[in-house]
Design a protein around this ligand. Structure first.
Ligand code: BG6
Ligand code: MG
Length: 214
């Protein structure tokens, strides 16, 4: 029986995954590196430095740390511009209803986001107060697919991993959930999220009653 659901943020609760893609693509193109949505699938859920290095690797580049810092700052400034106007209207449809249904059944809610911008995005969406525990890039050392962030959220919730579900749109995130000993719910396309227990095309399509039977 599940006792907690731990959500990823970008691409699960709101469409920031697309803004991350746009900002990384602009950076890649400025370096003369081709970067498609297909390439972006490998970056989803991966932290900022890890993402930059995947792009550089694709272009056959290795750069000194100071240059990596400069490029990450440039990408983040662009990303912040893209999300500056976000409001509660940018929450994906069905999020509030799902949270309410889970809470009504006594299920705890956690957040596990690899983003250093997570607190800002939660605040813009008006949902910062909805979670019983938040683990983000400010509190963990190891990036997804390492299980640390999901394990930290479960520890904060004081719920054993086997009683937690994780919800993710990224292959790296699904791997992290499985390595944490939790069951993984994918949001997106099944062929990108093969390791998930079940996959729904959107958060709104996620069947809360089915989750409550797990
Ligand atoms: C994850 C996103 O949630 O956060 C990645 O899926 C992103 O695309 C990562 O790179 C780090 O985000 P930030 O905001 O710290 O650059
Ligand atoms: Mg995500």
């Amino acid at each position: 029986m599940i006792q907690a659901v731990i959500f990823d943020l970008d691409g699960v609760l709101t469409d920031t995954a697309h803004y991350h893609f746009q900002a990384w693509q602009a950076l890649a193109h400025s370096l003369g590196i081709a970067f498609t949505e297909q390439d972006n699938e490998h970056l989803k859920g991966v932290d900022r430095l890890g993402s930059l290095r995947l792009i550089l690797q694709k272009g056959g580049l290795t750069l000194p740390a100071a240059e990596e810092e400069r490029l990450m700052a440039r990408k983040n400034a662009h990303y912040l511009q893209l999300i500056a106007g976000m409001t509660a209207a940018d929450l994906f449809p069905g999020v509030r209803e799902l949270f309410a249904r889970l809470k009504q059944s006594g299920i705890k809610l956690g957040l596990a986001s690899a983003s250093k911008n997570a607190a800002f995005v939660l605040q813009r969406l008006g949902i910062a107060g909805e979670f019983d525990a938040i683990a983000d890039a400010a509190t963990v050392k190891h990036s997804k697919p390492d299980p640390e962030i999901f394990l930290q959220a479960a520890a904060l919730l004081q719920i054993a991993p086997e009683h937690c579900l994780g919800v993710e749109d990224a292959a790296a995130g699904v791997t992290a959930i499985n390595r944490a000993g939790m069951r993984a719910i994918g949001i997106g396309q099944p062929e990108q999220l093969r390791e998930a227990l079940m996959v729904f095309p959107t958060l709104q399509a996620l069947d809360a009653e089915l989750l409550l039977t797990l």
